[in-house]
Design a protein around this ligand. Structure first.
Ligand SMILES: [Zn+2]
Length: 472
């Protein structure tokens, strides 16, 4: 690295200006910048616009050329040269929530070397760490050949439409990092498909063994732990025997009772996060298991049977659906049927699929659409794949960031793959870089959210050296 000899001078600069960083972060926390009703010229409401105004004042105080993009994002530039590096962070926050004990969410305090308050770690602290890094590079006189732009958004928590607006006006830099996640660095984010589907069917003739209703799961993201169905034309003894066999196959627990001239079947499984469906026991697929074996008549029951052949109980890697895939960088595909509602004549449901970077429309979306179609089911309008995200882990960019991380953390820096998505999910050559570190739970999005001041200082040092190495 070219600027290793500046290591200590960067440290000194950051350490002697850390009080300013703390004051700026506390000033920003004082505004409740969670999303509220849009007003003219304030797309995310009053609080978001106010925090951007405070951000602009901070940029100006330190002499950066700055711009407010119609209260979507604000930017600060290091110079007027060609774009080299974008640093993307955000000033909006999740709502206050309950359970704060150290202080009120929007009345920041310093305690035990930590700043407490909503947004301290997500993402007001990291935003100001990036700004302090830019000041350090400028004040130490490190000559840059490219521009570094700090972009602070105000809608990260509610869908990131802020940066969609910004990128409709500006091109991204060839390199982007976002201090809105974890150190060392995230370069791979799985893609996915939240498959909402439905279909209509002929009703079964009454008097025969038929399905009345089927209901299980409430939330996408979660493996359902409860499901129930009502059937008609089946005796309680047959239902109990069948339930016993289903319980043996699935490991879920079944209960049978008579209700309104029919039989109600309740299933209890175990919930889990949809990104780790193998940790749960899916009550919906367990209920499909018994419904399939009861051999009910009618088109709706037939469709459920076919659906069960796509999502058989315990199959969480897409084997039966024909979408099992995996790659070395991002791991295995996972899939889980999270919600299923049916009445005699209608079916609707949602599955949650997390896909590795080898997934694409042809090998995932199209295959699932075909399987559903075989059961008479179709994706709802607007269902589309969220493509995976991948930045080369061996590029000069990523290796340099990791080297800078190693310099100030004293730890080995390796890139990581995650199941979720970060602020850079849709940005070419974007990575998440900081500022949470292993071993500290910052209560992000929870009560008593805090940022450790030493970690913010370390982050600013890492960012300053990164800027010097990448843009000089
Ligand atoms: Zn965030």
């Amino acid at each position: 690295m070219k600027y290793m000899d500046l290591k200590d001078r960067i440290s000194e600069y950051v350490d002697s200006h850390i009080d300013e960083l703390v004051a700026d972060v506390m000033e920003l926390i004082g505004t409740d910048s969670s999303r509220s009703e849009a007003l003219p010229g304030m797309p995310y409401g009053k609080g978001a616009a106010e925090v951007l105004k405070k951000g602009m004042a901070i940029f100006e105080k330190y002499g950066f050329a700055s711009k407010n993009y119609d209260n979507y994002v604000i930017t600060a530039d290091m110079n007027g040269l060609e774009k080299g590096l974008d640093i993307l962070a955000h000033l909006d926050v999740v709502p206050r929530g309950d359970g704060w004990t150290v202080t009120d969410a929007f009345k920041p305090v310093i305690k035990d070397g930590r700043i407490y308050g909503r947004g301290a770690i997500d993402d007001k602290g990291p935003s100001m760490a990036a700004l302090l890094a830019m000041r350090a590079v400028r004040e130490l006189g490190i000559p840059l050949k490219k521009n570094v732009r700090l972009i602070l958004g105000s809608d990260e928590e509610c869908g990131s439409s802020d940066i969609a607006y910004y990128f409709s006006k500006e091109k991204n830099a060839p390199m982007t990092f976002s201090p809105d996640a974890d150190f060392p660095l995230i370069n791979i984010e799985k893609g996915g498909l939240a498959g909402r589907f439905s279909g209509r069917f002929e009703k079964a003739p009454s008097g025969k063994a038929r399905l009345v209703s089927f209901s299980g799961g409430k939330t996408t993201n979660v493996v359902p732990n409860k499901a129930h169905a009502v059937v008609e034309g089946i005796g309680p003894d047959k239902a109990r025997e069948t339930a016993e066999r289903s319980a043996g196959r699935t490991g879920a627990s079944f209960s049978i009772r008579e209700q309104d001239g029919g039989i109600r079947i309740d299933v209890e499984g175990r919930s889990a996060h949809a990104s780790t469906p193998f940790m749960g026991n899916n009550a919906v697929t367990a209920l499909l298991d018994i419904i399939t074996e009861l051999d009910l008549c009618g088109e709706t029951a037939e469709a459920l049977k076919k659906l069960y052949s796509v999502f058989p109980h315990g199959d969480t890697d897409g084997t039966a659906a024909g979408v099992k895939m995996s790659d070395e960088l991002s791991g295995d595909l996972t899939i889980t049927l999270d919600i299923l509602e049916a009445e005699d004549g209608r079916i609707s449901g949602v599955f949650d699929c997390r896909a590795p970077i080898c997934a694409n429309k042809e090998n995932l979306y199209d295959v699932m659409a075909g399987k559903l179609k075989d059961a008479g089911l179709f994706f709802d309008e607007g269902v589309k794949m969220n493509p995976p995200h991948h930045a080369d882990g061996n590029s000069f960019f990523v290796r340099t960031l990791l080297d800078c991380y190693e310099v100030y953390s004293g730890k080995k820096g390796e890139p990581m793959a995650i199941g979720g998505g970060t602020y850079v999910h849709h940005i070419d050559n974007g990575v998440a870089f900081g500022c949470e570190i292993e071993g500290i739970d910052n209560h992000m999005h929870g009560a008593d959210e805090f940022a450790d001041i030493d970690v913010l200082a370390m982050s600013a040092k890492i960012f300053a050296l990164s800027i010097a190495e990448l843009c000089s």
